[in-house]
Design a protein around this ligand. Structure first.
Ligand code: SF4
Length: 226
């Protein structure tokens, strides 16, 4: 018999393609996974409101319409940190809602929940958590509406230089704030991506911005994406 005819197209073959593309966003239904310790805050990354992020429905990077939490990637990539090539999902029995719903041959069940009932950092932090002050400081110092305007300015010849200088200032402010945070909360250093989200220089890298050490310290270089 032709082996192709034996492939079951009605069930997930656990090929890992979805896991390679990125971990899921977390929903309120996933809360018990955090309460039981199956997932920890250090396994998460916050995507802030307005932050450029890949939207699966639109198939492109767009500003996030609301804050959400994702499973973190492995070694600087978006590949889910729980995905292991030979072994598959390391938390299969306790995988989040979106993973349970995702079937690449019929994404209807997943699409029905995408963007709805999403967990945010404030859902998981106590009202008196001192880290909340740092979330507000970061929002004030580095706001994504301004970042997106500056990224648009990079493509206009008349404003490339000024936009890059302003982005460099914001990247420096972001890094400085993170350093202060880590000095104040040494015991919570592994929660940085959950509490403060991705460093700005990483979030804007897909737009052709690269962090370099110049004569005057940390600065951004820009290469128009080809
Ligand atoms: S939690 Fe498991 S199923 Fe979900 S993306 Fe990660 S490795 Fe894949």
């Amino acid at each position: 018999m032709d082996p192709k005819l034996t492939i079951d197209t009605t069930a997930c073959r656990r090929c890992g393609t979805c896991c390679e593309q990125g971990g899921p966003a977390l929903h309120h239904e996933d809360r018990p996974l955090l309460e039981s310790g199956a997932l920890r805050r250090r396994d998460l990354v916050a995507i802030r409101s307005g932050e450029p992020a890949y939207d699966q429905r639109q198939g492109r990077v767009v500003p996030a319409s609301q804050e959400f939490l994702k499973l973190a990637g492995a070694r600087g990539s978006w590949r889910c940190k729980f995905y292991d090539k030979p072994g598959g999902c390391g938390i299969y029995g306790q995988r989040p809602l979106e993973c349970r719903l995702l079937f690449c041959r019929d994404t209807t069940p997943l699409e029905a929940v995408m963007g709805r009932e999403l967990l945010s950092r404030r859902d998981l932090l106590a009202a008196a958590d001192p880290a909340l002050e740092w979330l507000a400081k970061l929002e004030q110092a580095v706001g994504y509406p301004e970042v997106m305007e500056l990224l648009a300015g990079l493509d206009r010849q008349s404003s490339t230089e000024a936009s890059l200088a302003a982005l460099t200032s914001l990247v420096r402010a972001d890094l400085s704030l993170r350093e202060s945070f880590l000095r104040s909360f040494t015991e919570r250093g592994d929660e940085e991506m959950f509490l403060l989200g991705r460093p700005l220089f990483l979030a804007i890298a897909p737009f052709g911005c690269r962090l370099v050490e110049g004569a005057g310290g940390t600065e951004m270089q820009y290469t128009r994406p080809g």
